[in-house]
Design a protein around this ligand. Structure first.
Ligand SMILES: [Zn+2]
Ligand SMILES: [Zn+2]
Ligand SMILES: [Zn+2]
Length: 976
C-alpha cells in the first residue's frame, strides 16, 4: 500500500504547481496601512503630477464639504467616486491636479462654538471658529487619505483662507458693479425677546393656544353688483390666528379655478370656498342658503376689491395655488411682512412688504393704526379684536391649539417681521434665464439629472445673500444711521478686500470707522455722516459658489472652466446652483464654471431610508472598512448605480465581497503560475501563440476595451460587472481552467507552458491596471508581486493600449487595417477612445472563437448527460468523435470552419485545440456517421463516449499506454 502513495507523491513533485507569497486571505488592515504610509512617503500625488505634466489637463473641481464633523458614509462615497474618476484619468493619459476644498464659515460652526463659550465676544468668536474649522479640516484630510484618495492635501483650498475671503469680498464687489446686488425687505423669523433673526436650525415647533378669528372684509361698491344684484352688503370671510397682522394686510387670496359660494347666513351675505360651507354653517348654527356659486376667475375678471375692516383700506383679491381649500374659509388674508408664505405671495404679486414692527416686537411709528404704536403684538391682538367687534366685522371667535415656531434659546413664540436684506437679483441681465440656457448645454450625468437641476433653478424666487451672523465673510457696506441708506461700491469694496487679504475677515470686525475713508462722506440720501458698518455676513453658498473664481482662475496649476463637478443631488439647490449662477454673473462671456456635472444619490439603508441618527441606521466609513476592507468599500462605491441612492445592506455586502474575492483569487491564480516566468526572456510572440491563447487574448481585449469605455463615461457599475463576469466566466470557468493542464503538466520551460504563461502575464498586467482606479490597494499589492522590485506604483503606470495584441488578433480585419495608422499614433487609451466602439464591435463579430465556444458548450452538455448516467465522472474520462460535413454548411459556416483550421495551423492541431479546450482525453475525427449526434451548428456532428485506456497518475489523462505514465508525461520526465 505504501508504494503507490509514494509514487503519487513523487509525480506531484514533478508538476509545476502554483507558488506565490500573495496570501489567500488578505490581511487588509496592516497591508493597507503600510501602503498608505508608502504612498505618503513616495509622495504619490506629486509624482503623478510630475509624470503627467506635459499632458492635457483634466480638472475635477472639488465641492467643499462643511468642516464641522467626521466624514460620513455619504462623504466617503463622494470622495471615492471622485478618486476613481481621477485615477482613471491619470492612467489614461491626462494631467490631473486635484485640490481638495473645505467650506469653513457659517452657522453650524458658529452655533457649536457659541454653545461651548457662552457670552463670548464677536472678536473671540471669530478666532475660535477659525480654530474649530481648522481642527476638522485636519481630521477630514486624514479621513480622506485613509480611503486611499490621492489629492493635493498639502495645498487644499479653504473658504476661510485670507486670500479666499478677500476674493469673496472682491466677487461681491464685481456683482455690485454689474448691478446684481440690491438691498430690500424680506420677512424673516424673529425672536422679539432675543431681538434676533433665527435660522431654521434654531426654530423649535411647540403647541400654542391662539385666537381663531373669522373676520368680514366687505366687497367694495364698485365690484359688488357685478358679483350679485343686491342692496345688502356682501362680505368675504377670512380666518386668522394672528389678529395683529390685520393692519399689515395687503390682499385677500383665493385658490385659482376653484368654486366659491355666496351664502345667506342669518341675514348676512358672505362668500367662502364651497368646500368650507358646512364647517362654517356648523360654527354659526345656521341653515344652508346658497345664493350663488362663483368660479374664482370671476374675482379677477370683475377686479374685485374688499375693504380691510380694521384700517378701512381697499385691497385686491388675488389668486394663488398655495391656498388650502380644506381649512379656514378658503380665503387667506395676506400680510407679506408678517409670514414666510405671505412673503412669497407678496413677491410673486408685487405686493408691498410692509412691517411696522420693531426689533423689540412692538408696533413702530409707521403703524397705520396710531393706537397700536408702542404696543406688543399680544397687546395689539386684544386691540384689533375690540376694533373688529366694534365695527361688527368679527364674524366668529374661538381659540385653537396648534403647532407654532418657537425660539430655541428663550422658548418664546416667534414672530415674522420684514427686515432689510441683501439680494442677488436673478432677473438682472436675465441671470436666471441664462443659467437655464446654460444647463441645457452642460453635459449632465446621468441625463435625468438635467431636469432636476433645471427644476430647482426655475423654481427659485430670489437669492437672499445676507445672514445676521458673525462667522462669515462680511458684506462690505456702510449703513446710514439716520436714513438706513447703504453705501457701497467697487472702489470701497476693493479697499476692504485689500485689508481682508492681509488680516482676514477679522479686519472688518476690528476696523474703526475713522479708519475707513468712505465714512467721512455724506449720505447720498440724507446728507448725514453718521454711518455704521454693515454687520451682516454672506450666505455660505456665496462663499463656496465663488470657488471657481477664487481657485480655478487663480491657481496656475488648475484651469477654468472645470471639466467636471461631482456631488450629491442635494447640490442642485446648493453648490451646483450657486457656482453656476455666480460664474455666469462674474464671467464676461457667459461661460459656466463647469463643462459637465455628475450627480449621485444619497446613501440609504436597505429600506431606502436616508441614514439618520434618530433612525439608528447610520453606518460610518470606518465600520464599512472593518466589514469590507478599504478596497471592498471602494468596490461597493463602483457597484452602485449612482443615478439612484446608494444602498447599504447585507445582500449588497455579500455580493461585493463575492466579487472582491473572485477578482482577487483570479489574480492570485495568475500570480501563482508566473513564479518562474521572466517576461523579457520567456515570452512567446503573440503571433506564435496557440489558437486557444489567441482566443483568450481576444476575450481579454473585448472586455478590457469595454471597461475603458465604461470608465470614460463614468459608468462604474458596468466596470464592476465586466470585471466580475470576466474573472468568473471568462477566466476561472474557461481559459484558466483549460490552461491548468499546460501550466502544471507541461515541461516547465517548454513552448506550451511559456505561451500559457505569456497569456497569464498579459491578462494579469491588464487586469491589475484596470482595477487600480477602484481597487487601489489590491492593485498595488499585486503589482509588487509580478513586476520587478524597483517598479513604480501602479498609480504611476499607464493603462495599456494593447495595440500590438489588437493588430495581431484582428490582422485580417479590413477595418483594423484602415484604422491602423491612427492607432499607431495613439499612445494612450485616451488617444484611442474614439475608436474603441468600433474595435469592440470588430472583436464581437469574430466568428471563429464563437464557433469554437459553441462547439465546446454543446459537447459539454452531452458530457453532462453521460455524467448523470454515471458513465463518466470527469470530462477527462470522455472521448469525443467529431465529424464535419462542409457540404451541409452555408457559405459563412464553411468560411469559419476553414479559417479556424488555418488559424490552428493544421487539421491535427484543430483536434488538439478542441481536446484542450474541452479538457477531454481524446478528440478525433470520426470515421463514419454511426451514432453521431448533430450540434446546432449545421454540418457538425459528435459522438461522446467514455475514453478507453487507463488514467495517467501524473496528468490524469486517459490513454492506451502500456506504461504507468502517459506518453506525454513520460516524454516530459525523460527530459527533466
Ligand atoms: Zn429668543
Ligand atoms: Zn442717510
Ligand atoms: Zn500524463
Amino acid at each position: 500500500m505504501d508504494q503507490p502513495q509514494k509514487e503519487k507523491k513523487s509525480f506531484k513533485e514533478t508538476l509545476n504547481l502554483p507558488q506565490t507569497n500573495f496570501p489567500i486571505r488578505p490581511q487588509s488592515e496592516e497591508e493597507d496601512i503600510a501602503l498608505l504610509a508608502l504612498w505618503e512617503e513616495e509622495m504619490l500625488y506629486q509624482a503623478t503630477s510630475e509624470k503627467n505634466k506635459s499632458f492635457k489637463k483634466f480638472i475635477l473641481h472639488d465641492g467643499p464639504p462643511y468642516t464641522n464633523g467626521h466624514l460620513h458614509l455619504g462623504h466617503a462615497f463622494n470622495k471615492i467616486l471622485k478618486d476613481i474618476i481621477l485615477k482613471y484619468r491619470r492612467m489614461a493619459g491626462f494631467n490631473v491636479p486635484f485640490k481638495p476644498g473645505f467650506d469653513c464659515h457659517g452657522l453650524p460652526i458658529e452655533l457649536n462654538v457659541s454653545k461651548a463659550n457662552p457670552g463670548i465676544s464677536r472678536k473671540d468668536l471669530l478666532q475660535k471658529c477659525r480654530q474649530y474649522a481648522q481642527s476638522w479640516i485636519d481630521i477630514q484630510i486624514n479621513e480622506s487619505k485613509n480611503l486611499g484618495v490621492c489629492a493635493d492635501f498639502d495645498h487644499p483650498y479653504k473658504t476661510m483662507d485670507f486670500a479666499y475671503e478677500a476674493d469673496t469680498v472682491l466677487a461681491f464687489g464685481s456683482l455690485v458693479e454689474a448691478g446684481y446686488i440690491e438691498r430690500k425687505l424680506k420677512t424673516v423669523p424673529w425672536c422679539a425677546s432675543c431681538e434676533t433673526v433665527l435660522a431654521s436650525a434654531e426654530i423649535e415647533y411647540n403647541e400654542k393656544r391662539d385666537h381663531s378669528m373669522y373676520v368680514l372684509f366687505e366687497v367694495d361698491a364698485e365690484s359688488k353688483n357685478k358679483l350679485y344684484d343686491t342692496d345688502k352688503p356682501i362680505f368675504v370671510v377670512i380666518w386668522t390666528t394672528t389678529p395683529w397682522t390685520l393692519p399689515l394686510n395687503q390682499a385677500v387670496v383665493a385658490k385659482p379655478d376653484a368654486e366659491y359660494v355666496l351664502l345667506d347666513i342669518n341675514g348676512t351675505y358672505v362668500i367662502v370656498g364651497s368646500s368650507r360651507v358646512d364647517a362654517l354653517l356648523k360654527l354659526k348654527k345656521a341653515e344652508k342658503k346658497i345664493l350663488k356659486s362663483f368660479n374664482t376667475t370671476e374675482f379677477i375678471q370683475y377686479n374685485v376689491h374688499v375693504i380691510n375692516p380694521v384700517m378701512q383700506k381697499v385691497v385686491p383679491i388675488i389668486l394663488d395655488q398655495s391656498v388650502d381649500l380644506s381649512g379656514g374659509t378658503a380665503f387667506v388674508h395676506c400680510a407679506p411682512g408678517a409670514g414666510p408664505e405671505d412673503y412669497e405671495i407678496g413677491i410673486k404679486n408685487k405686493l408691498s412688504i410692509f412691517s411696522p414692527i420693531g426689533e423689540d416686537g412692538k408696533f413702530t411709528k409707521n403703524s397705520p393704526i396710531p393706537e397700536l404704536i408702542g404696543l406688543s403684538i399680544n397687546e395689539a391682538n386684544g386691540h384689533i379684536l375690540l376694533l373688529a367687534e366694534k365695527n361688527s366685522t368679527l364674524f366668529f371667535l374661538h381659540s385653537i391649539e396648534h403647532s407654532f415656531p418657537h425660539c430655541w434659546r428663550c422658548r418664546s413664540p416667534l414672530i415674522f417681521r420684514a427686515t432689510k436684506q441683501w439680494f442677488c437679483d436673478l432677473s438682472h441681465n436675465n441671470l436666471k434665464q441664462r443659467a437655464i440656457e446654460t444647463i441645457q448645454k452642460l453635459d449632465m450625468i446621468p441625463e435625468s439629472s438635467r431636469n432636476r437641476f433645471l427644476g430647482t433653478i426655475e423654481g427659485r424666487l430670489e437669492w437672499c445673500l445676507s445672514r445676521q451672523r458673525t462667522w462669515g465673510t462680511p458684506i462690505p457696506a456702510l449703513i446710514c444711521n439716520n436714513c438706513d441708506f447703504p453705501y457701497t461700491n467697487k472702489e470701497f469694496i476693493n479697499f476692504v478686500a485689500d485689508n481682508v487679504f492681509f488680516q482676514g475677515i477679522e479686519y472688518w470686525e476690528s476696523v474703526s470707522l475713522p479708519d475707513i475713508p468712505a465714512s467721512s462722506y455724506p449720505c447720498k440720501q440724507c446728507g448725514s455722516r453718521d454711518w455704521r458698518k454693515e454687520q451682516d455676513i454672506l450666505d455660505v453658498w456665496f462663499d463656496s459658489g465663488i470657488s471657481s473664481y477664487a481657485v480655478l482662475k487663480k491657481d496656475p496649476n488648475l484651469q477654468y472652466p472645470a471639466d467636471m463637478y461631482v456631488e450629491g443631488k442635494d447640490q442642485h439647490r446648493g453648490w451646483f446652483q450657486s457656482s453656476l449662477l455666480l460664474s455666469i454673473a462674474l464671467s464676461k462671456n457667459n461661460e459656466a464654471c463647469m463643462k459637465s456635472i455628475l450627480t449621485h444619490g444619497f446613501t440609504v439603508d436597505e429600506y431606502g431610508h436616508k441614514m439618520s441618527k434618530s433612525r439608528g441606521n447610520v453606518i460610518s466609513p470606518d465600520e464599512m472598512i472593518k466589514r469590507l476592507s478599504r478596497d471592498g468599500l471602494r468596490l461597493w462605491v463602483s457597484s452602485i448605480d449612482y443615478a439612484d441612492d446608494a444602498t447599504v445592506s447585507e445582500t449588497i455586502f455579500t455580493a461585493v465581497t463575492e466579487v472582491f474575492r473572485k477578482i482577487r483569487n483570479t489574480c492570485r491564480f495568475l500570480l501563482a503560475n508566473l513564479y518562474d516566468f521572466d517576461l523579457q526572456k520567456d515570452r512567446v510572440e503573440i503571433k506564435n501563440l496557440p489558437l486557444l491563447d489567441q482566443f483568450a487574448l481576444q476575450d481579454l481585449l473585448q472586455t478590457y476595451y469595454e471597461i475603458i469605455f465604461a470608465y470614460e463615461y463614468c459608468n462604474f457599475t458596468r466596470v464592476f460587472h465586466l470585471l466580475a463576469d470576466f474573472c468568473s466566466n471568462t477566466l476561472s470557468s474557461l481559459y484558466l481552467d483549460v490552461m491548468k493542464d499546460r501550466l502544471y503538466v507541461e515541461k516547465s520551460d517548454g513552448y506550451k507552458r511559456r505561451s500559457a504563461q505569456t497569456v497569464c502575464y498579459i491578462i494579469l498586467d491588464t487586469l491589475t491596471k484596470a482595477i487600480a482606479p477602484i481597487m487601489s490597494f489590491t492593485a498595488e499589492k499585486i503589482r509588487k508581486e509580478y513586476q520587478e522590485k524597483n517598479s513604480v506604483s501602479i498609480h504611476l503606470q499607464d493603462l495599456p493600449t494593447l495595440k500590438e495584441i489588437l493588430f495581431e488578433c484582428l490582422e485580417k480585419h479590413i477595418h483594423i487595417t484602415v484604422m491602423k495608422f491612427s492607432l499607431e499614433h495613439s499612445h494612450t487609451v485616451t488617444d484611442m477612445i474614439s475608436y474603441i466602439p468600433d474595435i469592440i464591435q470588430m472583436l464581437q463579430i469574430q466568428k471563429e472563437p464563437l464557433f469554437a465556444k459553441q462547439v465546446r458548450c454543446e459537447i459539454l452538455k452531452y458530457i453532462e448527460i453521460e455524467r448523470e448516467k454515471g458513465l463518466i465522472k470527469h470530462s477527462l474520462e470522455a472521448s469525443i468523435g467529431f465529424f464535419v460535413k462542409p457540404e451541409e454548411m452555408d457559405k459563412e459556416g464553411k468560411r469559419t470552419w476553414s479559417e479556424l483550421k488555418s488559424m490552428a495551423g493544421s487539421d491535427e492541431n484543430i483536434l488538439l485545440f478542441f481536446k484542450e479546450f474541452l479538457i477531454v482525453s481524446d478528440f478525433y475525427y470520426a470515421e463514419n456517421m454511426a451514432d453521431l449526434k448533430p450540434l446546432s451548428i449545421t454540418g457538425v456532428y459528435v459522438l461522446v463516449q467514455r475514453a478507453g485506456g487507463k488514467k495517467c497518475p501524473r496528468c490524469w489523462h486517459l490513454s492506451n499506454n502500456e506504461h504507468d505514465l502517459c506518453e506525454r508525461c513520460a516524454e516530459i520526465l525523460k527530459n527533466q
